[in-house]
Design a protein around this ligand. Structure first.
Ligand code: SAH
Ligand code: SF4
Length: 368
């Protein structure tokens, strides 16, 4: 039997290597290059990409990993995103809401454990009006003036975002979910719109929040082209933070039987984002830790620089089920922190007590 021609493979491999070199030196790539890189399966190239991304993160942040305390304060949501276990149509969730005092209690616990950023996340729960949230935010800032407050409450009006910012919130996470409108429409029901998602993101950035965008890897119907568009969107939007994790099915959603996102592809995307946006705050997510026991360590080794241990009250952890088999639902906050610190230590990194704000570093690449 004749062996297949070898030259094109070698040529392709060389081309991908050049794309990776360009990504590292110019912090950029065009759509065609990104698609080639995303489709490439060569282990050598993948390792080169990983090494460049890890080196870029080390150049910017040393071996320091920023820690954010996640407080999941309500699992009630008016939306019906097809992928999410908290969607309003899921009648099998034990719904809960935390009071202001309970949220402050989580912060107090977290502060004692060394946290200097609190991330308050919830479903889109109408109970938390601007008055309620601004009151909580100003109280957290008053009691813990050296801490940053990050909000992740979904889509709200510009005026609402402005009020939250004026109350002292520093950062806001709102993943764009997908940069493709047709794909967005296959992940969400008709009462949610791609345009609104993007205009929320633009408003957040204009108001002055350190803004986080991001997406799931391997969400149903996602194509390589969609991922390339996600990357181009991130490059153009320049968020200060970027949340990337694998899609994981939740049994009580319309996507319950779809496969989960791939570990390798998620890691590859983390590396590409690190090279496209060298200073971005990039978490190694809980979802990554859910699909692989060493997922969060691998995320760091691929260019991530943030971890987000859970500070939510233990009794409600399992009810904040965005997806199945979420890890850390049985641990106390202190256990989560220790476990993550040890995991980071095992790969030569150190978790730090620092607000860890976005900072534009001087580019040392050979761009100039
Ligand atoms: N309601 C807010 C915040 C909570 S959801 C919002 O939607 O912005 C936070 C993130 O969880 C979402 O942005 C989504 O990307 C992620 N998520 C939801 N369902 C998921 C699933 N099945 N697998 C992986 N990530 C999921
Ligand atoms: Fe609600 Fe957020 Fe889940 Fe969508 S992803 S259903 S907005 S909690």
């Amino acid at each position: 039997m004749e062996s297949p021609p070898r030259l094109p493979i070698q040529k392709n491999k060389k081309m991908i290597k050049e794309i990776i070199e360009k990504l590292a030196s110019e912090q950029n790539a065009d759509r065609e290059e990104l698609i080639l890189l995303l489709n490439d399966k060569s282990e050598d190239n993948l390792e080169l990409l990983r090494v460049k991304a890890q080196a870029r993160a080390r150049e910017r942040f040393g071996n320091k990993i920023f820690v954010r305390g996640l407080i999941e304060f309500s699992n009630i949501c008016k939306n019906d995103c097809f992928y999410c276990g908290l969607r309003r149509s899921n009648g099998r969730v034990a719904r809960y809401r935390l009071t202001k005092e309970q949220i402050l209690g989580c912060c107090e616990n977290g502060y004692a454990l060394g946290f200097r950023t609190f991330v308050l996340q919830s479903g889109e729960d109408g109970c938390y009006t601007d008055e309620v949230i601004t009151d909580i935010v100003s109280e957290v800032k008053k009691r813990f003036p050296d801490c940053a407050v990050t909000l992740s409450l979904g889509e709200r009006s510009r005026e609402s975002y402005l009020r939250l910012f004026e109350a002292g919130a520093d950062r806001y996470l709102l993943r764009h979910e997908t940069a493709s409108k047709p794909h967005y429409e296959r992940l969400h029901p008709g009462d949610m719109s791609f345009e609104n998602r993007l205009s929320c993101l633009r408003a957040l950035k204009e108001i002055g929040f350190q803004t986080g965008a991001g997406f799931m890897v391997g969400s149903p119907f996602q194509t390589t082209d969609d991922l390339a568009d996600d990357l181009l969107f991130l490059k153009a939007f320049e968020p200060q933070m970027c949340g990337i994790g694998p899609f994981i099915p939740h049994r009580d959603t319309p996507f319950g039987n779809y496969p989960q996102g791939s570990l390798d592809l998620t890691l590859k995307l983390l590396s590409i984002v690190r090279l496209l946006l060298p200073d971005v705050l990039l978490p190694s997510t809980t979802a990554l830790g859910t699909i692989d026991p060493r997922g969060r360590e691998l995320g760091i080794l691929h260019g991530a620089n943030v971890v987000m241990p859970n500070l939510s009250p233990k009794e409600h952890r399992k009810d904040y089920s965005l997806y199945d088999n979420k890890i850390c639902t049985g641990d106390e906050a202190a256990e989560c922190v220790n476990c993550l610190s040890l995991r980071m230590k095992s790969i030569g990194y150190e978790t730090v007590t620092d607000r860890g704000d976005f900072k534009q570093h001087k580019t040392t690449g050979n761009k100039e």
